[in-house]
Design a protein around this ligand. Sequence first.
Ligand code: DOR
Length: 437
Amino acid sequence: MPAIVVRNGELLDPGENISGLGHIVAKDGHITYVGPDLAQARMVAGPDAMDFDAEGLMVVPGLIDMHVHFREPGNEAEETVASGSLAAVAGGFTSVVCMANTDPVVDTEADIISARQKSELVGLANIFPVGAVTAGRRGEELAEMAQMARGGAVAFSDDGTAVPTAGLLRRALSYAKMLGRPILEHCEDRSLIGEGVMNEDFVSTTLGLNGIPDEAEDIIVARDVALARLTGGHIHIQHVSTANAVAIIRSAKETGVRVTAEVTPHHLTLNSDCLKTYDPVFRVSPPLRTQTDVLACRQGLKDGVIDAIASDHAPHLEEEKELEFAFSPPGMIGLESTLAILSTELVEPGFFTWSEILPALTAHPSDILNLGRGRLRLGLPADITLIDTKMRWQIDKHRFHSRSRNCPFDRREVVGRVVATMVGGKVKFSLSNPTVS
Ligand code: DOR
């Protein structure tokens, strides 16, 4: 494989103190040069190297999405490993972390190995599988966690639902601690969700839709950080959506609990007012909350209380998403819109700088899951994303590589676009040549 010199880009990696014009050499799959000296870069790259002109582009560590749902096995009409991987690289993601709620559920070592083999066959993004916490995600007994860790599971999660009892989660956290893995928890109390389909607030009352109170999330978050304190295990709170959850995580972190958290682009930018259209595309778990919650999530991200941004890419069939609101399944796709939405809604208006956003999409998820990536650092895999931060375009769900179309941001005019994605030193997506692989 010839070396590649990514030259004249605006390099940015706040964690490595890299910011400014420079060049990167990717050789034998790894980063072998990062810096401002083109002559030296060429020397490191050797005589046969290819050039990738990054002039005018922001060059950042390959993005990592620590929460996606590919529907293989079981629901391949919604998403396969291949279609999801293509959506990932088109969205700038070089690594994705796949949840276990496939059909059948990923709850054995063989399932983990099979997921890894499929991703290697596809050969686009790095895919890191998560194993279920409980067998079949039934919430009754623990799954074979040690064997799944041996097979390559990077974490455990019953995502889609919370682990139902404190006793079970206590044991899971103790095992996961021994295995050096976090538990990723979907924090919603089933008994408080009840028949709820959206946030319980003024809008749900007006629309006549059953509501889900904030407390459904807050109670589980409080329980989970208490159990992380008890066991010394690492709890990671998925898709934080309420102001109270942010406050609970903040105070737990202040007292040294091993807790980390993620937030989705939709919980950072949309609120329950969107549901006034009754459009099921806005149905998601946990639900879109109020603007107060949105602002609290943003503040949590700014302060480092929330560590990561993850799409919770959840593909569903169009015919299911066209059902009446209460009958359509919760979930939104996000791999191909995340970068542009963060750019347009958070960076462009000045709420965040790229330096504040990027670690949440790179180094932080890598550290939470021990992936050993997410940085423009010598010796690491050459996973690199090139972004035109000024390019204006319109999101068009019909042009997505995902098999599903349930995107709440369709038709939005946005700024900021992924131009190329390099995984292990190979160009896996290029806007000018979308078929590169
Ligand atoms: O809205 C959601 N959809 N939230 C989840 O946690 C699961 C996901 C899915 O699998 O569809």
